[in-house]
Design a protein around this ligand. Structure first.
Ligand SMILES: [Zn+2]
Length: 330
């Protein structure tokens, strides 16, 4: 920059107006600003045809990488992949991102996070969904429907408040019929006795004990006008994904077809420890991601980094995800 008469005059004017506000250019800021010390509320909105989608994060779990996080790959290889993704190779970060869809006619929640109870336990890192809903100006009493993808705790526990009441008192709760059949089966539960999975069966009974009225839906049918469903089994037996469509726009809400994309979209042959049937989950993953890559579909991923929307392209060994760009306006 060259100092000519005009810039010097402009500088003098700035100095004069600064002086008028009691700040002299010779004294810099008078006090250090206090650190905020906490994250801003986590929600992000985008338009889909005439619909609005609001991604409302539940937070994320940071936890030591288990030896068997990927069942069919050595821990060292997983740590390498984390490093390659610029992540901490010793600790996993697992985000949880439910969404709210406003179709113009209905306000619909898809999956619900870990529940308010997790907030205190995790010192605010998880269980943020309900606080972030309020921050986004969404009143839980106005939710018409809650659509569930599968019955793992990070997807259903947000159906219950911290004091054990239905979290969406006026909503119809829509659950996959295949999940209901599998998890509510007492014979299946007794087969799982003594294993970590037994806790899931008990949790399902707790959550749907509180939310007494539940509507089961078959994969392949629409749950709400504009929201269709596809069977995506493997992660759990009755796991379902959703396609939200309005006009020419659509988004594939993949739920847990992959866990974090930089491990499992990148390496679709990797079987995460949470996939109940690894081979079936892999077949589903390849089918869904081939379709998403071919059709250039926008993907909404529950365990993707917030705001958890990306496109996907095929590469040599798997799929590369490209985060959708932030949009300042709707
Ligand atoms: Zn999950």
């Amino acid at each position: 920059m060259q100092f000519n008469r005009r810039t010097l005059l402009a500088g003098a004017a700035t100095a004069a107006s600064a002086a008028a506000f009691g700040v002299t250019p010779t004294s810099p800021a008078r006090a250090a600003a206090p650190l905020a010390g906490k994250q801003a509320p986590g929600f992000y909105r985008y338009k889909l045809g005439s619909f609005e989608v609001t991604v409302v994060t539940d937070g994320a779990r940071t936890w030591p990488l288990p030896d068997t996080f990927v069942r069919n790959v050595k821990k060292e290889q997983v740590a390498e992949a984390l490093k390659a993704a610029f992540m901490d190779s010793a600790n996993l970060v697992t985000p949880f991102n439910p969404i709210v869809v406003n179709t113009g006619a209905k306000l619909v929640v898809i999956d619900t996070g870990l529940g308010e109870g997790a907030l205190a336990q995790s010192k605010g890192a998880m269980g943020q969904f309900h606080a972030n809903l309020a921050a986004a100006g969404i009143d839980v009493k106005t939710i018409d429907a809650v659509v569930i993808s599968h019955f793992h705790p990070d997807h259903i526990n947000g159906l219950v408040t911290a004091d054990g009441k239905p979290a969406f008192p006026n909503a119809e709760i829509l659950v996959p019929a295949g999940e209901w059949k599998f998890w509510m089966d007492d014979a299946n539960m007794s087969k799982a006795a003594g294993t970590p999975v037994e806790g899931n069966y008990k949790n399902v009974r707790r959550v749907f004990g509180v939310n007494g009225k539940v509507t089961q839906y078959e994969a392949g049918k629409d749950v709400v006008a504009g929201i269709s469903t596809i069977a995506t089994p493997g992660h759990t037996p009755g796991h379902v994904s959703h396609i939200i469509s309005s006009g020419n726009a659509s988004v594939l809400v993949q739920a847990d077809v992959t866990n974090v994309p930089y491990l499992f979209a990148h390496n679709p042959g990797w079987h995460v420890m949470f996939d109940m049937d690894g081979a079936a989950a892999e077949a589903t993953r390849r089918k869904i991601y081939d379709r998403a890559a071919t059709d250039k579909l926008l993907i909404q991923g529950f365990h993707y980094p917030f705001p958890s929307i990306a496109y996907v392209e095929k590469h040599a060994s798997g799929y590369r995800t490209v985060a959708a760009p932030w949009n300042p306006v709707l």
